[in-house]
Design a protein around this ligand. Sequence first.
Ligand SMILES: Cc1cc2nc3c(=O)[nH]c(=O)nc-3n(C[C@H](O)[C@H](O)[C@H](O)COP(=O)(O)OP(=O)(O)OC[C@H]3O[C@@H](n4cnc5c(N)ncnc54)[C@H](O)[C@@H]3O)c2cc1C
Length: 465
Amino acid sequence: MSNSLEGGTEETAVDVVIVGAGFAGLTAAERLVNMGVSVLVVEGRDRVGGRAFSGEVAGVKVDLGATWVARRHTAIRDLASRLGCTTTSQFDEGHNVLWMDGQRSTYTGTFPAVSPEAVEDLARIQMAVAELTSTINVDSAWESPDAGQLDAISFGEWLDQQQATTSTRALMTILTKVQWGCSPGDVSLLHALRYIRAAGGVEHMLSVEGGQQEERITETTQEIAVRLAERLGDRVVVGAPVRRITQDDSGVTVSTDSKVINAKYAIVTAAPSHRADIDFEPALPDKAEGLAKTWRLGTLSKAFVAYEKPFWRSSGLSGEALTDTGTVFITFDVSPDDNGPGVLMAFCDPRVFDGFNPADRRRRVIDQLVELYGAQASAPIDYVDHCWGPASEPFAPGGPNPAVAPYASVSYGSALTEPHGRIHWAGVETAGEWAGTMNGAVLTGQQTAERVAQRLGKRADTGAQ
Ligand SMILES: Cc1cc2nc3c(=O)[nH]c(=O)nc-3n(C[C@H](O)[C@H](O)[C@H](O)COP(=O)(O)OP(=O)(O)OC[C@H]3O[C@@H](n4cnc5c(N)ncnc54)[C@H](O)[C@@H]3O)c2cc1C
C-alpha cells in the first residue's frame, strides 16, 4: 500500500482502476488480480476499510464502524477466515435493560415485553412488515408491485397509519436510527422494506443469537481490509481522492491531485451520495445525478466506555440496553472476557452528540450509562468515541446506510447499478441481497469484478487465492 503524497504527479496505466478501498473496492481488486487483470485501487482517506474503522479503549481494539457478522454472512466470513481473522460470539447472557417512558426495567430475548398489549402490537406490526417485505424485489425494489405507493410515504407515516403504539414506535425508531442513521419520518417505506428484506427480516436484523449481531471479528472488521490491502501491496493507494473521471471509446482516465490513471474500465465503489463529489466527463445521466443528490447517507455515532471489569455481568446483566430518550439508544457488551477490562459499546444519536465537545460527549454517555447500569458506571478507566458525520469524517462522511426519503427510490433507484459507459458501480448500496452489510459490500465487489473481467475477455474466477 502506498500514500499518494509520496510521489509527484505521475501517469499510470492499468486494466481497471477502482475507486474506494472499502470492502467492495478491495474485494473487486482481489478478484480481478486473481484473473490476471492489472488494477489500481485509489482511496481518498488516508486508510483502508471505509466504513470499517478500528479504535482502541483501555488497550482493547474496538470497531468504531461496522462490527457484527451473522452466520449467514458467508462472503465476509470466508474473506475474514482466508486472511486469518477469527470471530468472537457477542456476549448475550443475562438480562437486558430497557429504559422507556422514564422507567427502567429488564427483559430477556430480542424484544422487550413492556406489557401484554405492547407485545401484541409489536407482533402485529412485525407481521405487517413481513407481509409487505415479501412483495419486495431486493435487486430492484422500485419494480416491486405497489412500489410507487410504498415509496410515497415514510416509514414513520406508515407506522402512524398502522396506529402503532408508543412502545412499538420507540423500537422501530431505534431500528431506524441504527440501520439508516435517521428517524422513521426521514426514510421511505419502500427503502426501509428493501433493507429489511435484504437483512433477512426484522427479527434477524435485531437478534444476537441466530441474527445479525451474533458474532464480531476478534481482530476488528477494519483488520480484514488492512490484511487484504497488504496482499494487494502497491496496487492500493491511500490519501488520493478521485476528483475527475473522463472517458471515451478507448478507455477511462481517473485523476487525483497527484495521479492520472489510464484504464480500460473503472469500478466506483463510493456510496451514491459521494459519487456526486466526482466530476464526470461526459456528465452522468439525469437519473444518476438525481441518485447522487438524493441518496444521502444517514449518520450514527458510537462511544466505547471501559471499566476495570464488566461489572454488570456479576449483577446478571448482559450489557445490552435499549433506551428511548437521551443520547445513547443501544448498548452492547464488547469486553474481551470476564476478567479483563469491561467495555460497553454505546450507539449515540448524532443530533444530541456530534455537536458537543469531546468532554461533554463523554459526560453525556457516562451519565446515561449510570442510569442504565448504576453508580459503578460512573468510574470508567477509558473512553473513546467516533462520529460518522462530517465533523469527524471530513472525507466521504456518513453511514451506516443511505437515509433515502420518499419518492427517491422509485425515481432514481435504477441508476444504482446502471453502468455509465466504461464506469461500473459497486459498493454496498448496489447490493440486493444483504444490502447494508459488509457481506453485501463484498458480494458487490466480487460480482462487479466478474462483469468487468468478462468485458475484458477474462474467465470467471472462483474466489479464493
Ligand atoms: C457506525 C456503523 C456501523 C455499522 N455496523 C455494521 C455491522 O455491524 N455489520 C455490517 O455488516 N455492516 C455494518 N456497517 C455497514 C458497513 O460498514 C458497510 O456496509 C460496508 O463497510 C460498506 O463497504 P463499501 O466498500 O461498500 O463502502 P465504504 O466502506 O464506504 O467504502 C467506500 C470507500 O470509497 C472511498 N471514496 C469515496 N469517494 C471517493 C473518491 N472520490 N475518491 C477515492 N475514494 C473515495 C471512501 O473513503 C471509502 O473508503 C456499519 C457502518 C457504520 C458506519
